[in-house]
Design a protein. Structure first.
Length: 309
């Protein structure tokens, strides 16, 4: 009689501990017959396992996409307060931190294709020298999202970067479009680029610190002091502030391998804590992003981090 499968397995287990003559005496089943039974069962269940795998994968992709779609919808549906035409978001931080690239990345994510409107460059000194407003197109060319980004020159500990007072003037809406920053002296009230009476629309509504995740430890005390000075000026005006940490792909190999590991990475959490300690920003106001900087196509993982910020 053909032995029952469980019986066979049990006997096979016994067999591995038995001497060869036990096989001859018929006490145990030959291992080859157990392997045969296994193969039959494996073949019978294989299509089912494959289907299960495909369904699990599609469900995970659906969950991921639905999260991205939900975040995208939130941005698409966003409407600012009725008193303001658009929300003005000011980006500032050290040179080459990825400020211009972040504007391009938001534009890319919302359009579904990579764009490069704000000029980005890998230079120790700031490549952006003028105060410029970027609108993000929504659908047809005449429609825009109700928020705009203002790009600024990089902040440096020495007198090569943007003047601290100019950032404060920009926050208050006194800096006119295309003003070329002068690191040597702040914009004077007598300058034609100075906007005397600024409206609520001209003022900054959200202040964003842009910091390179891979060089946080290299930021000197003078730069942290300048950033804290700006933070205090914005706080006095009741302006909300957040920080985004860019270049996470260069900061952590784990993240470079899989962008979904970003918030799980201990190294990235340590970098967030450094910003938290030095700027006093709560951890839930610090976001990790990877900008589109060389890619030619958008990516769901990159999009999700940009949308979350
Ligand atoms: N690997 C990587 N490079 C980035 C990222 N963001 C910006 N970059 C590069 O960093 C350099 C400086 O970026 P940019 O946007 O000009 O910095 P900004 O001076 O703060 O405006 C450019 O060469 C970008 O391509 C990022 O998230 N990852
Ligand atoms: Mg720039």
């Amino acid at each position: 009689m053909k032995p029952h499968l469980c019986d066979s397995v049990f006997r096979y287990y016994q067999a591995s501990q038995c001497k060869p003559d036990h096989f001859q005496s018929g006490l145990v089943v030959q291992p080859s017959s157990v392997l045969f039974v296994y193969s039959v069962i494996f073949c019978a269940f294989m299509p089912l396992l494959c289907k299960l795998y495909v369904y699990t994968q599609s469900y995970l992709i659906f969950l991921l996409n639905s999260e991205r779609e939900r975040d995208l919808q939130l941005v698409r549906d966003y409407k600012p307060h009725k008193d303001v035409e658009h929300l003005r978001i000011l980006l500032h931080g050290p040179p080459a931190a990825g400020k211009s690239s972040f504007i391009n990345s938001v534009d890319s994510t919302l359009r579904g294709k990579t764009t490069a409107r704000a000029l980005a460059a890998n230079a120790p000194k700031s490549f952006t020298i003028a105060y410029r407003t970027y609108k993000i197109q929504k659908g047809n060319p005449d429609t825009f999202y109700p928020f705009v980004f203002n790009d600024t020159m990089g902040l440096q500990s020495n007198d090569q970067g943007i003047h601290l007072e100019d950032i404060k003037l920009a926050i208050s809406g006194h800096v006119k479009e295309d003003y070329r920053f002068n690191p040597k002296c702040p914009l004077a009230e007598t300058d034609p680029n100075y906007r005397g009476s600024s409206t609520f629309d001209d003022k900054v509504h959200i202040l964003v610190f842009v910091i390179c995740a891979n060089t946080v430890s290299l930021i000197d005390d003078a730069t942290w002091r300048k950033m804290n000075d700006i933070r205090a000026a914005a706080r006095d005006k009741g302006i909300p502030q957040i920080a985004i940490m860019t270049k996470i792909d260069e900061a952590c190999p784990e993240v470079k391998k899989n962008i979904k590991n970003t918030y799980k990475s201990k190294h990235m959490n340590d970098q967030m804590e450094t910003v938290n300690v030095n700027l006093g920003l709560p951890l839930n106001c610090i976001f990790l992003v990877k900008n589109y900087h060389k890619e030619i196509e958008t990516d769901d993982g990159v999009d999700s981090l940009i949308l979350k910020s």
